[in-house]
Design a protein around this ligand. Structure first.
Ligand SMILES: Cc1ncc(COP(=O)(O)O)c(C=O)c1O
Length: 390
């Protein structure tokens, strides 16, 4: 039995998404910009997917621009807003310490080009306070970028409150919704954002497809130059099969959201309480009451998370130490560090993220396996005389 509890890194494709990708690959090879029937059939598939993405997040289809994934959507939102607002002399960007690298490194790149940047802190809840935003925002702020749900600990940020503050100061509000879309209900209008990023492979669609929702009337410069695709917003021939797969995954997510989020939350809660009850010296990282339903991040005293991850993999169980980018290295999580945890806690925490194909049986197996592995690793550490940190 192989168990995949790493849905925040990526998800397996939903059968509907596989069918849509397969059918479009086989039947819809036309260029969606072509005038002939082959092209128009491909364009119809894009339009269908555009409506499905709009329905997933509560937007209008004409506000949805397809991209090559979450990273591109984040780059487009931040760089596009910065470039569009440069002539207004607004030269200040605000983001948070717990963003994904797609946002953090884009903001850092703009800082090197002369933009003033402010990184908002978080406390141990893993939730950014709107008060912190109010303290630093000015009339020179061009853009505020705050993720909707965190990829490592799952916490949901108070986007609506922060968007209201951004609006008061005339700044644009972007939210990276890569980890929220498809997991919880998203309504871009009630969130009050101007820009919202999503990525298909986080909600059972294919990799390399994503979208940026751009509120009608938002000043945003295209960052990729070329043809007039996507109504001049994003040049490049659209990847019709991947986008069709994303559309199918979005329709499925909308149809099953309430049922699935309750089912997955129950599995996650059972997993979390089962592990915490069976293993002494554990703690859940981040606020438990404001999280996406599929994620738990647990620290294990006196255990190197990487060693536990490898031991679990040998048992056929796939989990993560946090962001996929940091796996394979011993770099402590920037999210847990930003939350103020000491070095050992940033290195002894594991993320378990569940999803569409997760079952009770899998949860029970993980609860049964983890205590023995932790005890064994702790024993090894103690015998080798390493510091027994807690
Ligand atoms: C919060 C968040 N933003 C952005 C990304 C990047 O998305 P993609 O892998 O589609 O480029 C990820 C993926 O891990 C993510 O979790």
């Amino acid at each position: 039995m192989r168990i995949y509890f790493d849905y925040n890194a990526t998800t397996p494709l939903a059968p509907d998404a596989i069918d849509a990708v397969t059918a479009a690959t086989r039947d819809l090879f036309g260029n969606a910009s072509s005038v002939h029937t082959f092209g128009q059939q491909a364009k119809a598939a894009l339009d269908h997917a555009r409506s499905s993405i709009a329905a997933l997040i509560g937007g209008d289809p004409l506000e949805v621009v397809f991209t090559g994934g979450g990273t591109e959507s984040d780059n487009f939102a931040i760089r596009g807003a910065a470039e569009a607002l440069e002539p207004t002399k607004r030269r200040h960007l605000i983001t948070t310490a717990i963003e994904h690298e797609a946002v953090l490194n884009t903001v850092k790149a703009l800082a090197r080009r002369g933009w003033t940047t402010t990184i908002l802190p978080v406390d141990q809840s893993g939730i950014v306070s709107p008060d912190r935003l109010r303290e630093v925002i000015t009339h020179d702020t061009a853009l505020v970028s705050v993720m909707h749900a965190n990829n490592e600990i799952g916490t949901i940020q108070p986007i609506a409150e922060m968007a209201a503050i951004a609006r008061e100061y005339g700044a644009l509000m972007h939210s990276d919704g890569v980890q929220s879309a498809g997991k919880i209900g998203v309504d871009v209008r009630s969130l009050g954002v101007d820009l919202f990023s999503i990525s298909a492979h986080k909600f059972n669609g294919p990799k390399g497809a994503g979208a940026l929702w751009i509120r009608r009337g938002t000043r945003l410069q295209a960052i990729q130059t070329g043809g007039k695709h996507e109504r001049n917003r994003r040049a490049g021939t659209e990847n019709v099969p991947a986008i069709a797969g994303m559309g199918a995954a979005a329709r499925l997510a909308v149809a099953k959201l309430d049922r699935e989020s309750a089912r997955v939350a129950a599995l996650r809660d059972r997993l979390e309480s089962g592990i915490v009850a069976a293993v002494p010296g554990t703690a859940v990282n981040g606020a438990r009451d404001r999280r996406v339903p599929n994620t738990t991040n647990i620290s294990f005293d006196r255990v190197e998370a990487e060693s536990l991850l490898i031991a679990l993999d040998l048992e056929g169980i796939a989990v993560s130490t946090g962001s996929a980018c940091s796996s394979g290295t011993l770099e402590p999580s920037h999210v847990l560090r930003a939350m103020g945890f000491q070095a050992h806690r940033t290195q002894n925490s594991l993320r378990f993220s569940l999803g569409m194909f997760s079952t009770d049986e899998e949860v029970e197996r993980v609860i049964a396996v983890v205590p023995g592995l932790v005890a064994k690793l702790r024993g090894l550490t103690e015998r080798s005389g390493k510091a027994g940190r807690s």
